[in-house]
Design a protein around this ligand. Structure first.
Ligand code: CDP
Length: 218
């Protein structure tokens, strides 16, 4: 039957790893909505559009771009208007640009519509992760989780993900600045009614996965 699992959380909260593992274990599809905003930010940059000066052009692109997302867990290929941006969406330059695109309200309306289409295409058997999934995209999900962690832990995780030789001050700036830039779309301190808060500061990934699985089995 239907099983939509909505997971929201900030950068480095562990939502991507958790979502992928839960989807794999339950045989569900996996949609990382952040990757859609990131892909749009890449296309905007390729087109030479400045989101601050030309928001209308960003909105046009959000409506017209062909966005191909692979929803099989562990398959993260992302193609926008025939350009493979799988690598580019993870580039720190994309991270620095994405909030300017994601905070345009009409862009969100258009992408949320696409996200809901993807949920339907997967027969509503899917884990969806992002910033506003529990509240806006899938408020009627069977399982709704807000995953949080202390900023220091989130930074350490992000640093580990990015590998050797990364500049910790830069990561700090990125996480703190993006939290601030995203504040209009994400509410991380208080979960909406009916949303389960999981603080992963002192929990391992397996423990977080186990808690989400327990909610799915209720
Ligand atoms: O990887 P990380 O958790 O840092 O970010 P992400 O989930 O890939 O999301 C990247 C950016 O997309 C966020 O900083 C938001 O600006 C935007 N986003 C959003 O506005 N709404 C979502 N549902 C998901 C992402």
């Amino acid at each position: 039957g239907e099983m939509v699992i909505a997971i929201d959380g900030p950068s480095g909260s562990g939502k991507s790893s958790t979502s992928r593992m839960v989807a794999t274990q339950l045989g569900l599809a996996h949609l990382d909505t952040g990757s859609m905003y990131r892909a749009l930010a890449c296309a905007v940059s390729h087109a030479g559009i400045d989101p601050q000066d030309e928001p209308d052009k960003v909105i046009d692109l959000a409506g017209s771009a062909d966005i191909e997302v692979d929803t099989r867990p562990g398959h993260d290929t992302l193609i926008i208007d025939e350009v493979d941006v799988t690598e580019e969406i993870r580039d720190p330059r994309t991270s620095a640009r994405v909030s300017a695109v994601a905070t345009i309200p009409q862009v969100r309306v258009l992408l949320v519509e696409r996200m809901r289409d993807i949920v339907e295409q997967n027969d509503r058997r899917i884990v969806v992760e992002g910033r506003d999934i529990t509240t806006v995209v899938c408020p009627d999900a069977q399982v709704r989780v807000l995953l949080v962690a202390d900023p220091a832990v989130r930074m350490a995780r992000r640093a580990r993900e990015l590998g050797e030789g990364v500049d910790h001050n830069q990561i700090h700036d990125q996480i703190v600045r993006r939290d601030r830039d995203d504040a209009t779309v994400s509410q991380f301190e208080t979960p909406a009614p009916g949303v389960t808060l999981i603080d992963s500061t002192s929990l391992g990934l397996d423990e977080v996965v186990a808690r989400v699985m327990a909610l799915a089995e209720q």
